[in-house]
Design a binder for this molecule. Structure first.
Ligand code: HEM
Ligand SMILES: CC(C)=CCC/C(C)=C/CC/C(C)=C/COP(=O)(O)OP(=O)(O)O
Length: 302
């Protein structure tokens, strides 16, 4: 434990530390999927309100990330990847992170409700609560299935973006939710295979730590297969057209190739571009591509 986490000594944190608390790099994709949900929705929304809705998703996601770091300061201190975050590094006291996270949560949800509608605000609130209580506090320290169930939090943004425009939730936003939901296990476990020693040191029961590499590789392959069905569902249900269909088919085929390479290996390749690292990096590009394609497709079809 650092001095900052043990005592409540106030520390004047730099604004950059508050920004770091929101995990801005991870949240770019969260915000992008939310934006695509908004742009793919039928009907119109005033550009200022659309901007406000996306801002609220970004602020809500940042608030959830801050509360995650407030709760996990001691765990983050034990992992090389996270030890330099503002709390474990002692650049910010826990109270500030808590106040920032709670304040931003209320602000983002209320602003979303006032600017768009209360369905979008409610789903935003659910995703914040899910990330903080269900994933961070309840599942993450207890079960290797933590990211499967808890990962649902990260799948809500396209639903929020859609609901902000239409005030309802129909088949396409649900399909997009499913796509992110089943994408999360391969995304995260690929990473966990090459940083697994960190999680073991922190006592977090991530799948590679608890069940070993062979099981993790099999599970990555299993969830990739389900994700492939989810990726093609919008085409099969005729919710999108050939543009999305082509991008989804090719993109998912490549994902499957990379996931299969991970599955076939028996021990991790620590080189700069081993199969695990390749799958992890590609997983991010993949979501950007498919969500971008949904928007282009819906615009062309309209
Ligand atoms: C429980 C679910 C998830 C877990 C445990 C997880 C975990 C991680 C971890 C540990 C990293 C490494 C880099 C870092 O810490 O900054 C990472 C990177 C990343 N994740 Fe996830 N992730 C999850 C879900 C998601 C979701 C839902 C999205 C967006 C839709 C996402 C987008 C990203 C992006 C864009 C990066 C790369 C950040 C960079 O460029 O450094 N992740 N993820
Ligand atoms: C709108 C809204 C509230 C969106 C929430 C978005 C969300 C839950 C994204 C999950 C991505 C994420 C930061 C996982 C990190 O897991 P971790 O916290 O276990 O990673 P760590 O080991 O880096 O702390």
């Amino acid at each position: 434990m650092t001095t900052a986490t043990m005592t409540s000594t106030p520390i004047t944190a730099h604004w950059r530390d508050f920004l770091a608390l929101t995990k801005p790099r991870v949240m770019t994709l969260v915000v992008f999927t939310g934006l695509c949900g908004l742009l793919a929705a039928p009907g119109s929304i005033h550009p200022v309100l659309a901007f406000t809705a996306i801002l609220c998703i970004a602020l809500g996601a940042g608030a959830a990330a801050s509360l995650n770091q407030w709760y996990e300061a001691d765990i983050d201190a034990k992992m090389k990847r996270t030890a330099n975050r503002p709390l474990p590094a002692g650049r910010m006291d826990r109270q500030s992170a808590l106040h920032f996270g709670v304040g931003l949560s209320f602000f983002s949800v209320i602003l979303m409700g006032m600017a768009t509608n209360w369905l979008a605000a409610a789903v935003l609130a659910v995703s914040i609560l899910f990330y903080v209580f269900v994933y961070t506090i309840w599942l993450k320290p207890r079960t290797a299935q933590n990211i499967v169930i808890g990962g649902a939090a990260g799948a809500f943004p396209p639903v929020i973006g859609w609901a902000a425009v239409t005030g309802d939730i129909t088949a396409l936003p649900i399909a997009l939710f499913m796509l992110i939901f089943f994408w999360t296990p391969p995304h995260f476990w690929a990473l966990a295979l090459f940083v697994k020693t960190d999680y073991a040191a922190a006592g977090i029961p991530m799948l590679p730590v608890v069940s070993g590499e062979v099981v993790t590789r099999r599970q990555i392959w299993f969830y990739t297969a389900i994700m492939a069905v989810a990726a093609m569902a919008p085409v099969l249900l005729r919710l999108t057209g050939p543009i999305y269909g082509t991008v989804a088919f090719l993109g998912t085929a490549l994902f499957a190739v990379f996931a299969f390479q991970v599955y076939r290996r028996r021990e991790s390749d620590q080189t700069r571009m081993g199969p695990e690292r390749r799958l992890f990096k590609y997983s991010i590009l993949y979501l950007f591509l498919l969500f971008g394609a949904v928007v282009v497709d819906r615009w062309v079809m309209a």
